[in-house]
Design a protein around this ligand. Structure first.
Ligand code: CU
Length: 234
């Protein structure tokens, strides 16, 4: 038992160095996803608290005492009010949860018709065991992704081999990258900085090496960077 405790606490210590937090959003997409996590957690807590309070209350109320020790309660044949309540309440809760979930999910997986006109498009190709990022002007980068702040970025996700998953926790994702089928993820970063990204779907023995850095620059810096990279390739 002590051994287990030591192992678990050292794992926690190591993980605290992790910089891949979902609840520290730096883009519109990640904010939406983070909201969904917190919103569904809050709903769950309402249900959990209600159940626990009722449970404790009933255990207390119907405990055995000297007076009721030999009394057998009357058999209940049903209660329309309670039956309707516990059928309708979950339906309402699920409906409340469904509205923002569907809205946000559709917003971040941009279909071709709903792509914003000023968006930056980047072709992302996953392969065992690296990432390739191709920009509209032909610039190709591996292991480093550079994107502008306050502009929608549409990632066109493709895989060369097996299923991978594109994930930059602070910016959004994770979205499965499937061979033979392009998927899209739209992200609008709203803070400059460097964010870690990784493959989030086990894809082979070097899966853990499928990491990349995402650098969010100001629009001006991004423009200069993409022009500089273009000149390098010519
Ligand atoms: Cu992978």
């Amino acid at each position: 038992m002590r051994k287990l405790y030591v192992i678990l606490s050292s794992v926690l210590l190591i993980l605290s160095g992790c910089n891949m937090r979902v609840l520290d959003p730096k883009s519109q997409t990640a904010k939406g996803q983070s909201f969904l996590i917190q919103f569904s957690f809050a709903l769950m807590m309402i249900v959990f608290t209600t159940v626990i309070v009722l449970f404790i209350w009933f255990v207390w109320k119907y405990r055995q005492t000297e007076e009721n020790k030999h009394r057998i309660p009357e058999d209940e044949k049903g209660n329309r009010f309670f039956e309707i309540t516990w059928t309708v309440l979950p339906i309402i809760l699920l409906a409340v949860l469904a509205v923002p979930t569907i809205k946000i999910t559709y917003e971040i997986s941009a279909s071709s018709s709903a792509t914003p006109p000023n968006a930056v498009h980047i072709d992302v190709t996953a392969q065992q065991f690296s990432w390739t990022f191709e920009y509209q002007n032909g610039v190709v980068q591996t292991s480093e992704l550079v994107i502008p702040k306050d502009r929608p970025v549409v990632f066109h996700l493709n895989s060369d081999d097996v299923i991978h998953s594109f994930w930059v926790p602070k910016l959004g994702g994770k979205m499965d990258v499937i061979p033979g089928k392009e998927r899209r993820l739209i992200v609008t970063p709203d803070e400059i900085g460097t964010y870690q990204g990784k493959c989030a779907e086990f894809c082979g023995k070097e899966h853990s090496l499928m990491r990349f850095e995402t650098i969010v620059k100001t629009q001006e810096d991004y423009k200069q960077w993409i022009q500089k990279m273009k000149r390098k390739t010519e």
